[in-house]
Design a protein around this ligand. Structure first.
Ligand SMILES: [Zn+2]
Length: 333
């Protein structure tokens, strides 16, 4: 009996021991099973696009047209070189435009050409006859450069200019290649120096790079030496980046004083240029009531998320006015 009772006790003990081991194992499995669910939300932010960067944020504080992304424009991120054509930029091009803050390595190829959305935009590009042989305006020579908001030309031409350079859409390259027009880029020198390949491709597509300072400050009222640092410094930087020097200058915000024009002259530039119309988000903002581009007008746009729509809007307005895009520099020799 005693032996039997001992066997029973041992059997019960063994059974309890087995149950005791199984319980924590079950708990471990349950917690493990929950783990992927808990960790998946954490994976989302790392893969999501936040279109800001420290440099963009500081630039934004400096000036409205200096910085690329405006706080409200939370567009999809730039598709990047590895994105497939299908997903890249239908969305970006159609309504908002993919963008990144001053990317340092824009896609050099044209995968966007396979994108139906870009193809539809390219189909909207107006076709122009070649511009006539230019009859340049007589640029006054003196101790200060002249500044123009439009050129007093007697030929049916207008001039497209693009400022700053922060938002570098890969789609800009095939777009400007397809547009077959001359244009002028007033670039912030360090922005240009940060992405020479991108701007070199635009130069190959018809763009000319000009001086738009180093830090994009409000120049009016600054001392000669300060303005010289900005304008001559940008000129020198652009020479280092592209191997050729600028001949035109655009003051940030269009603001300048007599010192600005003297400094531009002393930095070896020939003309300062403001603008007649601006384009933003695909809309032309006319500065006259007739809402029409006139011969000699200088149109200002920026390297912004709406770059594609802005180019198409500007060229459509030029075309509707019976004009042809011409190279600003060739009318200021
Ligand atoms: Zn600017």
């Amino acid at each position: 009996m005693r032996l039997t009772r001992t066997i029973v006790i041992l059997a019960v003990f063994t059974l309890l021991l087995l149950v005791g081991c199984a319980t924590p194992r079950a708990v471990r499995l349950a917690s493990h099973g929950a783990s992927p669910g808990a960790s998946s939300p954490a994976a989302v932010p790392s893969g999501s696009a936040v279109p800001t960067s420290p440099s963009a944020a500081s630039a934004s504080a400096a000036s409205p047209d200096y910085a690329p992304p405006e706080p409200a424009s939370l567009e999809p991120a730039s598709p990047g070189p590895s994105a497939s054509g299908a997903g890249t930029s239908g969305v970006g091009l159609a309504e908002v435009g993919p963008f990144g803050a001053a990317p340092t390595d824009p896609a050099p190829t044209d995968p966007a050409l396979a994108d139906p959305a870009l193809a539809s935009f390219l189909a909207q590009l107006p076709r122009f006859a070649p511009p006539p042989p230019p009859r340049p305006v007589a640029v006054p020579v003196g101790p200060a450069v002249p500044i123009y908001t439009r050129l007093p030309v007697d030929q049916p031409v207008a001039f497209l200019t693009m400022d700053d350079g922060w938002t570098q859409l890969p789609e800009a390259i095939p777009l400007m290649r397809a547009a077959h027009i001359p244009f002028t880029m007033f670039l912030i020198a360090p922005v240009a120096a940060g992405s020479p390949a991108f701007f070199d491709q635009l130069r190959s597509a018809g763009g000319v790079v000009e001086d738009h300072t180093i830090n994009h400050p409000e120049l009016r009222g600054r001392a000669y030496a300060s303005q010289r640092d900005e304008i001559c410094g940008a000129r020198d930087s652009l020479v280092r980046t592209f191997g050729t020097g600028p001949s035109l200058f655009r003051p940030p915000y269009g603001d300048y004083d007599s010192t600005t024009l003297r400094v531009a002259h002393d930095c070896g530039l020939r003309v300062a240029v403001d603008w007649s119309e601006t384009v933003d988000s695909g809309t032309i903002r006319y500065q006259t009531n007739d809402h029409r581009i006139r011969p000699g007008d200088i149109i200002l746009m920026h390297f912004r998320p709406a770059f594609v729509r802005d180019v198409i809007a500007a060229l459509t307005a030029i075309h509707d006015a019976g004009l042809t895009p011409a190279l600003l520099e060739s009318y200021l020799s």
